[in-house]
Each structure stands twice: as C-alpha cells, then as structure tokens.
Design a protein. Structure first.
Length: 453
C-alpha cells in the first residue's frame, strides 16, 4: 500500500492517556505539527463511558502506568481507531500487547513519530479493507432465493455440506447459480480464509500457469484456510490436475519445479456445466481426481424446472439492481404474472437478471417488454421457409385460417372446436407446444391440459 504523506498525517487526531507530565510534554513536542489535534488526559476514566468522545480520535496513545488491564480492554471494545502502547520492558510478554504497536521507555521523538505513523498507516489499511469488503458484498451475495421444492432441497444440501471439509462438485446449466451455491457453502462453513475463484477455462495448459497458482499470492496460497472454487473444472490442465491430487492426498502442495512444498488447508468446490463424467469418459480429465472432487455432489436444476421461484426472484433481483445502479425502486416491482408458464428461460437466473436490468435502464415494465417480445416472436414464427429436397414438386402449403372450409362444422361442441383449433396451431408450429401456447395467448400448462382433454 502507498505510504501516507506528511500532509496526510496532519488530518488525524490523537489522544494521549498518561499521568506523567514529562511523558505528556514529550509526546506533544514530538507530534506537534504532525497531526491535526493532540489532546491529553491523565486517566482513562473520563473516556470509558463516552464512545462519542472517543469517536473524535484516530489514535490513542496509552501509557500503561496510567491504567489497568480491564480499563484498556473496555475502551478497546468500542474504540474503532488504533492503539499505541507505552510499555516498560517487563510488560513485553504480557497479554496487553496483543499485536499492537508499542514504545519502550526511554523513547526519542523520532521513535514516537515513526510508531504513530505506523499505527495510523495500519488504520487506513484497515478502513480500506473494511470498505472493500462491504463493496464486494453488493456483488457477491450468498442468499438463495426461491420457495420451490427443488430450491428448498438445495438450501438443505448447502446446510448439510457446509459442516464438512469434503470436496463438493456442483453441476448445472449456465446461469443457474453454481457460484452462488458455492459461496453459500463457504459462508455457512465458518472457514476463516477467503473464497477464491479460479476460472479454469482461462488457464493455459503449461506448467508455468500451475506454478503461478502455487506461488505466494497465487490462488492456492490466497485460499489457505478458506475455499477454492474451480469454475469450469472440466477445463483444468494436466499440470494443475496433478497439483490438486497432491493437495487432496495429503494437504501438501509441492511446486511444479519440485524445489519447495508446504502444508495448506483449502476446501475445494468445483463447478461444471458440461458434466465432469463426460470429460473423464473422453480421457481429458483424470478419473482419480474426479473421484476425489466429487465426494459430495450437487445438481442445480434449471429455472424451467422451478418456475415458482420467479415470484421471489423478480422482486429480489429488482431491489439489488436498483441498489447497484442507484435507481429508485420502480412502480412495476410487483408485476410478475406475465406468461410465466410459456417461457423456459434458457439463460436461467442470469437471463432473468439481464431482463430486469434492461427494463430498469429502459424505464419499461417487464410486462410491456414481455408483450413486445412475444409480438416479435409471433411475427418471426409467421414466416415460413420451404426447403425442396426429395420432392420434384413444391408441396402445397395452407396457412392457418385459409382452409377451403370456413370455420368448423356447426354440429361440433365447443370443446371439440377448441381442441381442433389447438391441434391445428400445434401442427403449424411442427409440434412446438411452447410456440403454439404463445400464439394462442395461453400458458403451456393450459395448452397441455386442453390438448389431452
């Protein structure tokens, strides 16, 4: 991190707690002109029950001779800044230090200035890390939304798998939320390390890439005590497969060069859209590694198999996107009953999210957008292309509504007429019932029911 400048240090406020007049004067002399505010008190009592007063300061310099251990602990419990201790040598090994910066008697002005700067530098680093973590939470949620039976089963699986250290293999179509499920497992596991994502499809197959993953600052090292998420695991290179086998065998990683090895505590969660077993059958993936990565398995159903989730997904995603785009929540937020049974959402949750974002940016309700989309689909479906292949003559073609007879026989019942019309529309779309349902303006379920009557 870039060090602070002298001018930047002058924006900080410091409180000195010491009953020694000489110590107070030395600290004032050393820090005068280096910080914006410097106050002194003889005992911590006046500050122990006033979080508002403490909030005025970025750094507290504690002379341990002026306070007891419990007084320091009490102030630290609600002070959000940095603590700099002034100790005697016999206190170096005491619990009071606890990783804090400290000064020893006797001390020079230069030592005081450097110790204060180090403490304030760490304060800024902590604040930036906290802000970054909060910012990341906007984009990396772990909430599984939906009330369908399949989603309830998924939530239950996540709870069960979180308590284990065993590797997890998550399979499902693109856009179903495999990374979301992996993050949910990590968050529920209580692992203290980070959740690190590796896009396996972007890794080259050379040994240099595998070595880079293992070096200091590489994905494997960063994920220590946390979770390593292998996205697109069927694309893992042979060199990296070998490293993962080592990791799963003995929690030990040896560099590709063989010059170093180290212990590591990483939980592996893999994800695949194509099916890992297919890669094994094609001899592009190690069966041994597949067996080790798939100790626990999870399959995320596509959205077309759990359409009931849409009722919760739409308001949830709308709220998140409004927050991200700094837009007000639209009036159409609760309009979600548009043609839900006639569209299969091939892009799954990702497609739903893109639709909502498009509607927000265009200031158009999903219902209006959906009606325009269906009109375009209908126009597209009305275009007929005839390919002449095995016939010497162009076949005769009759469009809907141009039959030689006008209407249906007058002695038919309404049910018979309705069923005949549905059959005609389904035949027109070559048996595509979803397209026929859109043309008729009914849901796919309604069409199936009437089709079977």
């Amino acid at each position: 991190m870039k060090p602070l400048t002298e001018r930047q240090y002058q924006t900080f406020s410091v409180l000195v707690i010491s009953h020694q007049t000489e110590t107070q004067m030395q600290l004032q002399q050393a820090l005068s002109g280096h910080v914006s505010r410097l106050d002194t008190v003889t005992t911590p009592e006046s500050m122990m029950h006033s979080s508002q007063l403490l909030a005025l300061y970025d750094l507290i310099i504690f002379d341990t001779r002026a306070c007891q251990q419990h007084e320091l602990n009490h102030i630290v419990s609600f002070f959000e800044g940095e603590i700099l201790l002034i100790l005697s040598e016999n206190e170096l090994k005491s619990e009071i230090v606890q990783g804090r910066y400290y000064l020893l008697y006797p001390m020079t002005d230069h030592q005081i200035q450097q110790a204060a700067k180090c403490a304030l530098q760490r304060l800024i680093e902590t604040q930036k890390y906290t802000a970054l973590a909060q910012d990341l939470q906007k984009y990396h949620q772990t909430t599984i939304v939906g009330a369908s039976e399949k989603t309830k089963q998924l939530k239950q699986q996540i709870k069960q798998y979180a308590s284990s250290k065993a590797p997890v293999l998550i399979e499902g179509e693109a856009g179903t939320g495999k990374e979301l499920a992996a993050r949910a497992i990590h968050e529920a596991s209580g692992r203290v390390g980070p959740f690190v994502v590796v896009n396996c499809s972007k890794l080259s197959s050379d040994s240099a890439t595998a070595e880079l993953l293992c070096n200091h600052g590489g994905s494997l090292r960063l994920a220590n005590h946390g979770t390593l998420f292998l996205d697109g695991a069927e694309n893992i290179s042979a060199d990296f497969q070998h490293i993962l086998v080592q990791l799963l065998e003995g929690r030990t990683i040896q560099s590709v060069s063989g010059n170093s090895s180290y212990l590591i505590d990483v939980r592996l969660i893999s994800a695949s859209t194509k099916g890992m077993l297919n890669a094994v059958m094609e001899n592009t993936f190690s069966r041994e590694l597949y067996e080790r990565l798939s100790v626990l398995k999870m399959n995320i159903s596509p959205l077309r198999e759990r359409p009931a989730d849409l009722r919760e997904l739409f308001p949830y995603l709308t709220g998140r996107l409004c927050n991200k785009l700094s837009l007000p929540v639209p009036e159409w937020q609760n309009e979600y009953d548009f043609e839900q049974g006639t569209y299969e959402w091939p892009g799954n949750i990702r497609e739903v999210r893109n639709l909502i974002e498009r509607c927000l940016l265009l200031n158009k309700s999903p219902n209006d957008y959906w009606q325009e989309y269906m009109l375009q689909q209908s126009r597209h479906a009305s275009k007929v292309v005839i390919a002449v292949s095995h016939h010497s003559e162009i076949p005769e073609f009759q469009t809907i509504g141009t039959s030689s007879r006008r209407g249906y026989p007058s002695d038919w019942s309404l049910r018979e007429t309705e069923k005949a019309h549905i059959q005609q529309v389904v035949d027109f779309f070559d048996g595509n019932k979803s397209a026929a349902a859109r043309q008729l303006g009914i849901s796919r379920k309604t069409l199936d029911r009437k089709y079977k009557e």
